[in-house]
Write a protein that binds this ligand. Structure first.
Ligand SMILES: Cc1ncc(C[n+]2csc(CCOP(=O)(O)OP(=O)(O)O)c2C)c(N)n1
Length: 532
């Protein structure tokens, strides 16, 4: 016989899940008792931060990651972050403590009355085991489901008195040792048809999405574009939680706009649109128009059956993105089409007073380390950063595909913990920083050397832009005067600098990158959107 607690930690150990994020309460303490020394517990001070950190860690490590929350209020606080993890296809196993079984029916204090239903639409699976001894199997079930395509959060509610219950040792061993591999290859006949369509097309184009990076298909996507002479667009920034293609590559064209009409116009002239590792498409806002340019066909490769099923046009092939690109490459010859015209590279930005966000990103680009990683949540400067930095290595960009603010600051801490040898810069709007502000404390407490770059424009700039698009005037609540993120960060123990000109920004960033502690650079920037 062994205990639920021993079997559960053996399961986590066996599955490589030894870094755990959490915010504890009385209902989680029995789980955490005598915490094993080969595990790492990362405390987040609020549950949105706990799940955001776990999301970043899971994506950047490629490992399913536990986020342990405090019964119903903890799950409630984390819902926005769970929504983001789902959109990011991030394998997070969310667990939450629950009242002791003897007191659930009488609804003692802190009972999660409907634990299964609470996170339901945002997770792949939501469960509370019927018996204490089923806990290790339920955790295994959740962990495997989270890691199967499409990866995403799963939830298990854990009554607090289950941890000391005894389980049969050999049953536990069976559950613990299982391997579940979800990488499925495409039907070879379907790949052959796609290869023929691609080869026969007069002017095909590729749209690269986040699952290229997540599936490890970076080099295959480059090889396919080069062999078939494909110009490449990045999927719209709204859904591009990761990059799918090197943005300094001569065949890279830019980031697709996020709305129906403009996408159709941008892809005008192509007869075949090959979408790889993205939904079709992460549209927002609503700007109607033809879904495809006149005469164009579309084929999407995705590991997510729902992405394939819900697309409003085109065909789809549901399979692992890397395996499918490998199979396509095996079937495809060198194309005789002309090599796409080389792209222009970043646009020159004339100096402005006060600094424009694009200028700040040119300064960031000058000191950005080759192996650097960007975690981005600066809505009004998203495109400026993409255009100026032209990130070109796999695993170097994380963005919330869900659009819920609070991902950036928290996820950057998780990404840096998963990638301790790569410098991480987290670029934040001063408004966005507020949704996960307590992650500064975790960065300091665990000596996580993220460089935070805060763009202080004293407003919700992107919402003013949306107000124009939506023809809304007179909306309140779009200004953020006197929000001093540097001072707040200092309160959490982060060393903060303020910079006001281009050289100052560059020097401050250089110092922060060289530091082994989290450091923050706050820059006052001009209001409005920066697009280049
Ligand atoms: C959880 C959540 N609440 C509200 C929003 C709506 N929203 C989108 S962008 C934005 C402004 C963010 O401010 P800031 O980071 O200063 O960005 P700026 O537009 O100035 O770059 C808001 C409030 C959201 N996306 N997510």
């Amino acid at each position: 016989m062994t205990t639920v607690r021993e079997a559960s930690f053996d399961l986590f150990r066996e599955q490589g899940m030894t870094t755990m994020f959490g915010n504890p309460g009385s209902t989680e303490l029995p789980m955490l008792a005598d915490f094993p020394s080969d595990f790492r517990y990362v405390l987040g001070l609020q549950e949105a931060v706990v799940v955001g950190m776990a999301d970043g860690f899971a994506q950047a490590s490629g490992r399913t990651t536990v986020a342990n929350l405090h019964t119903a209020p903890g799950v409630g606080n984390a819902m926005g972050a769970i929504f983001n993890a789902q959109a990011n296809h991030s394998p997070v196993l969310v667990t939450a403590g629950q009242q002791a079984r003897a007191q659930i029916t009488l609804q003692a204090n802190l009972t999660n009355r409907d634990a299964i239903r609470m996170p339901h639409p945002l997770v792949k699976w939501s469960f509370e085991p019927a018996r204490a001894e089923d806990v290790p199997l339920a955790l295994a079930h959740g962990a495997h489901l989270a890691s199967l395509p499409p990866k995403g959060p799963a939830f298990v509610s854990l009554p607090m008195d289950d941890w000391y219950a005894e389980v049969d040792e050999s049953d536990a061993r069976e559950a613990i040792a299982r391997r579940v591999d979800g990488r499925a290859a495409a039907d070879p006949a379907a790949v052959r048809v796609l290869a023929d369509r691609l080869d026969a097309a007069a002017n095909p184009v590729m749209v690269a999405g986040p699952d290229i990076d997540a599936s490890g298909a970076w080099d295959d996507a480059v090889a396919l574009a080069e062999r078939q002479r494909l110009p490449v667009w990045a999927t719209p920034a709204t859904g591009g939680g990761r990059l799918g293609f090197p943005e300094s590559h001569p065949s890279f064209r830019g980031v697709l706009p996020p709305a129906i009409g403009p996408i159709g116009q941008t892809l005008e002239g192509h007869d075949l649109i090959l979408v790889v590792g993205s939904s079709v498409f992460p549209y927002y806002p609503y700007i109607p128009g033809p879904l495809l340019p006149q005469g164009a066909k579309l084929v999407a490769i995705t590991s997510d059956p729902d992405e394939a099923a819900r697309a409003p046009m085109g065909d789809a092939l549901v399979a692992d993105v890397k395996l499918t690109l490998e199979a396509l490459l095996a079937d495809l010859p060198e194309s005789g089409r002309p090599v796409p015209e080389p792209n222009q590279g970043p646009q020159e930005i004339p100096p402005t007073e006060p600094l424009d966000s694009s200028t700040v990103h040119t300064a960031l680009g000058e000191v950005f380390p080759d192996d650097g990683i960007v975690v981005l949540e600066s809505p009004a400067s998203t495109l400026a950063l993409r255009n100026q930095l032209r990130l070109s290595r796999p695993g170097s960009y994380y963005f919330s595909a869900g659009g819920g603010l609070g991902f950036g600051l928290a996820a950057s801490v998780g990404v840096q913990l998963a990638q301790p040898d790569r410098p991480v810069v987290c670029v934040l709007g001063e408004g966005s920083a507020q949704y996960a502000i307590t992650a500064f404390w975790s960065a300091v407490a665990y000596k996580v050397p993220v460089t935070f770059l805060v763009m202080r424009n004293e407003e919700y700039a992107i919402l003013k832009w949306f107000a124009d698009v939506e023809q809304v005037s007179g909306a309140p609540g779009l200004d953020l005067p006197a929000l001093d993120v540097a001072a707040v960060a200092e309160g959490y123990g982060v060393k903060a600098q303020r910079a006001g000109d281009r050289d100052g920004v560059r020097d401050a960033l250089e110092r922060a990158f060289a530091s082994s502690q989290p450091e923050l650079v706050e820059v006052s920037v001009a209001p409005g959107m920066s697009l280049f």
